[in-house]
Design a protein around this ligand. Structure first.
Ligand SMILES: [Zn+2]
Length: 297
């Protein structure tokens, strides 16, 4: 498949139903309507850069773009949260840590088992193929990682392994070979079980809040106001922080923060006990989707 044909395919696959604000809350901590607009992307300062481009988008296109940003941001947050758990709980890691936390992020999002979360996960998975097809080399939040496309296929395999009915078509469209497909159920069980076993001793059983994770939203830079606002209104960081706080007994206070970094990145800093999500990473996801919209319109 040629590169542009492939990008058209990805675009078609992304024509997924958008999240509905009226979607019923899942039984888990995750509440999907937090993510669904209406998000008032009107910012007070003069619009520039990405903010100005988003202002010009049709409502449906903006909605799709925000779903894409939400899915990829959420996956990134769970990925970084995995690094945090490994370092704070001193978990053993067999194999590459990057692969382990990618798997955790996928398995966690699959665990919600809602259509909305499946949609966000699909956006994140397809995001890897888009990054690969465009060589967005600035997206460096994954050092010591597999190739982007490999990461996409690994996610896809776990998704089919967990729920063949929901994701089999996606797997076929992305040409995941049949012989690989056959092992995906095992891959999923193994990843899910491994995480469950190593984290079991740290599960909170008292039903009390840990209040160990604080969330901070720093001021955005030029052109980042809408993404900063979306992060705040969708409460993506708060959702992940609360979920982990409820699940695990973290030994120390940690911080999840969003800020201007000067690069498209996200990282866990064990010495400061801080997870940083760079606004540049979110604007990078938005740019990828804007490019796709240009291709379609
Ligand atoms: Zn990582």
């Amino acid at each position: 498949m040629g590169n542009s044909t492939f990008r058209f395919l990805l675009l078609a696959l992304l024509a997924l139903p958008v999240l509905q604000a009226s979607a019923p809350a899942s039984s888990r901590a995750f509440v999907a309507e937090n993510i669904a607009p209406p998000v008032a992307l009107h910012v007070s300062q003069e619009l520039q850069g990405l903010d100005a481009e988003l202002e010009r988008l049709k409502h449906e296109d903006l909605q799709e773009l925000l779903d894409f940003v939400a899915g990829n941001t959420l996956f990134t947050l769970y990925h970084e949260a995995g690094h945090m758990l490994i370092s704070e709980l001193e978990l053993p890691v067999l194999g590459q840590e990057e692969d382990a936390v990618d798997n955790l992020a996928t398995v966690t999002m699959l665990g919600a088992d809602t259509e909305d979360m499946d949609l966000l996960l699909s956006h994140a998975m397809i995001g890897w193929f888009l990054i690969a097809s465009e060589n967005y080399e600035d997206l460096v939040f994954y050092s010591e990682h597999d190739l982007d496309q490999q990461r996409g296929y690994q996610m896809l395999c776990l998704m089919v392994g967990a729920d063949e009915a929901a994701f089999a078509d996606l797997a076929r469209d992305l040409e995941l070979p049949e012989e690989r497909l056959e092992t995906c159920g095992f891959d999923y069980e193994q990843s899910a079980d491994s995480w469950e076993i190593v984290t079991a001793p740290y599960l909170r059983e008292d039903g009390e809040r840990g209040n160990r994770i604080r969330v901070r939203h720093g001021p955005p830079g030029p052109g980042q106001a809408s993404m900063a606002l979306f992060l705040k209104e969708s409460e993506l960081m708060e959702i992940v922080a609360e979920e982990l706080d409820d699940l695990y007994k973290l030994p120390e206070q940690v911080t999840f923060k969003a800020e201007v970094c000067g690069e498209e990145n996200a990282f866990w800093d064990p010495s400061q006990r801080e997870m940083t999500l760079c606004y540049e990473l979110m604007t990078g996801f938005a740019d990828i989707y804007l490019d796709l919209l240009t291709l379609r319109n």
